[in-house]
Design a protein around this ligand. Structure first.
Ligand SMILES: [Zn+2]
Length: 228
């Protein structure tokens, strides 16, 4: 006899048929339902091996933003506040941490994970910060602590996606962050990993890393779910 839980799950599936977030096909296998993507779409998300050398810092990136299914996961994380999407994102990030040497960038120190903060006006309207979601996954994969109090976003910037030119994006982000009053000395000599959901022009990440380095941080790397 089917258990009550099974019956309940089947009923829920009738009410909310679970479709692949990317291609909208019906998800039948339990593993696909967990990933919110069908096997084909989940399998299309290439997990990187590389650590990317960017001007002035190293960037860890679990996958690539040009992959449709990866881009859709970010969309649901960022705009739909869809909590289940953290599960497939975590799987991809954990695979990256296993395959790449990112963790070994910090051999003898435990860096603090600093998610890119939202401006307080945006955090009121959105209610959550997708960079913090990615930071939590990174923290559980590495054991490194998260610090959400260090960096402030003092400029309510335009969404970077609305700006096409790299120069416009750099200008938009210039002066966007500062270290919280009273924590300037805390930064000195410490190591950090700045975390965001995606990396496209690099303007946001570069600006945040610049602020921590100019505050005397010893080493700062970047980490994102998907790189453009
Ligand atoms: Zn699919």
């Amino acid at each position: 006899m089917p258990s009550f839980t099974n019956i309940k799950n089947q009923l829920l599936d009738l009410v909310f048929p679970k479709l692949c977030l990317n291609c909208r096909c019906l998800l039948e296998k339990p593993i696909d339902k967990e990933n919110l993507l069908c096997g084909r779409c989940f399998g299309s998300i290439v997990v990187n091996r590389l650590i990317f050398p960017e001007p002035g810092f190293f960037l860890g990136s679990a996958t690539l933003y040009r992959i449709d299914a990866a881009r859709n996961l970010v969309h649901f994380l960022k705009y739909e506040d869809f909590p289940g999407v953290k599960h497939p994102i975590a799987k991809i990030i954990e695979a990256y941490l296993r395959k790449s040497a990112f963790i070994h960038l910090f051999r003898n120190v435990k860096p603090e994970i600093v998610p890119i903060p939202l401006h307080f006006m945006k955090s009121i309207s959105r209610g959550f910060n997708q960079a913090e979601d990615i930071a939590e996954v990174l923290a559980s994969g590495t054991g490194w602590p998260i610090n959400t109090r260090l960096l402030l976003r003092t400029k309510n910037t335009q969404p970077q996606a609305k700006l096409e030119q790299k120069s416009e994006r750099m200008e938009n982000m210039a002066g966007a962050f500062r270290i919280k009053n009273g924590l300037e000395e805390y930064v000195s000599g410490k190591s950090f990993v700045v975390v965001d959901d995606v990396y496209t022009s690099g303007a946001t990440m570069s600006e945040a890393i610049k602020i921590l380095k100019s505050g005397g941080a010893k080493s700062v790397a970047g980490f994102v779910f998907a790189k453009g």
